[in-house]
Design a protein around this ligand. Structure first.
Ligand SMILES: [Zn+2]
Length: 378
């Protein structure tokens, strides 16, 4: 195989770069070099400490965009890794290293597939774009979100976008994400009356109040989900009262919770529903909300059909559409692109010690991305 189209080699070079979020550590420079030799034009769209890169080949429609992030999460306890997380290492046909699953291998597969495609079909229809950021694993404030805002302003339409997040669940190829749930966090403070624990009649214990409120919130049916989304779920992540002595009833208690919600609800619906439940409980409270993602969905269409077809052709796996899992940059892109999906390797080892990808899966991922280009641009 020519070095140019070698996804494993490119993946290894990317893993070597210590691009712990929001660092890029030269990943985008490498990607730029790989693609500008195939007549891609490039634009650096760096904002503050975040590196963003836009590459495009061709002027015409349809524009198909490969999107991804060059940053990775920190490696965690180095002693638990088989080898250094930034020294790519192959053992028993698996490539190990931070970013091997999430998502340097996908980027490498996208590059290799694109190079091979252009080599064979230099006069392809439409255009190919690459959108990369070094701020996905962090706050994601100055990355893809900002680039998409710029594209909107410039009236730069995107027809199809594939984000290379590791979406496969049990076997490689089994899951395409065609949407994601929304995520909203609530910071609830319930007020009582501080007092001596020996004289409860003179105080009002906010933790006791909280108990029954939590029960109601936990048992509440927010929605029933739908074809693409599981039911909306409510989970508490923290309960904390103020600094008190053991003989004190605290004056207030803080509860932090999160809802992962379907597109049956908006954040406004959730806030209203929540207010009803709390108001019924007759307690004094204050609440602050932070919505980090609205739910989105790409209905079955061209890109989902093409992906499902080529996955079946290349590896014989029947893939299903899903909206499970956390948030990704697809939430920003889907607001602008006609169709946005996520497809990539197994997510089992993502963000873990000894993160890895099976080299056969990486080779097949390259073939799948290649076939997508063939289906859409020939
Ligand atoms: Zn990722």
């Amino acid at each position: 195989m020519k070095d140019n189209f070698n996804a494993a080699l490119i993946a290894k070079k990317l893993i070597e770069k210590k691009s712990v979020t929001p660092e890029d550590d030269g990943c985008q420079e490498l990607i730029k070099n790989e693609l500008t030799k195939y007549e891609f034009t490039h634009q650096d769209l760096n904002i503050k400490n975040v590196k963003n890169l836009w590459l495009r080949r061709g002027k015409y429609e349809p524009l198909i965009v490969f999107a991804g992030h060059t940053d990775v999460v920190p490696p965690g306890n180095l002693k638990e890794w088989l080898t250094d997380p930034f020294t790519p290492f192959v053992k028993n046909n698996y490539l190990y290293g931070r970013g091997a699953a999430d998502m340097k291998s996908s980027i490498a597969a996208m590059i290799a597939a694109t190079q091979r495609f252009i080599e064979l079909h230099p006069k392809h229809n439409g255009s190919i774009g690459f959108l990369l950021t070094s701020d996905e694993e962090g706050p994601a404030e100055y990355g893809t979100k900002k680039v998409i805002e710029k594209f909107k302003k410039d009236n730069m339409a995107i027809d199809y976008c594939i984000v290379g997040e590791p979406t496969s669940s049990k076997v490689f190829g089994d899951t395409i994400k065609n949407g994601r749930r929304g995520s909203i966090t609530g910071y609830l403070k319930i007020y009582g009356i501080q007092g001596h624990i020996a004289y409860p009649e003179l105080a009002k214990n906010p933790i006791h109040f909280a108990g029954s409120i939590i029960e109601k919130l936990k048992n509440h049916t927010w929605d029933n989900g739908n074809k693409y989304f599981p039911k909306t779920s409510f989970q508490i992540s923290s309960i904390l009262s103020e600094d008190v002595a053991t003989n004190m009833i605290p004056g207030s208690v803080d509860i932090i919770f999160n809802l992962r919600f379907s597109n049956e609800l908006t954040q406004k619906d959730i806030k209203e529903e929540f207010k009803k439940i709390l108001d019924d409980s007759n307690c004094k409270y204050s609440i602050e909300w932070k919505c980090s993602a609205e739910p989105f969905i790409t209905n079955e269409g061209k890109i989902t059909n093409v992906l499902q077809k080529v996955i079946k052709d290349v590896i014989g796996v029947k893939s299903s559409l899903s909206t499970s899992g956390g948030t990704s940059d697809a939430r920003f892109i889907s607001k602008h692109a006609k169709e946005t999906v996520e497809f990539g390797p197994l997510n089992e080892s993502a963000h873990k010690i000894n993160e890895n990808i099976k080299l056969d899966d990486l080779a097949n991922l390259e073939k799948i991305y290649f076939s997508v280009l063939k289906e859409l641009l020939l």
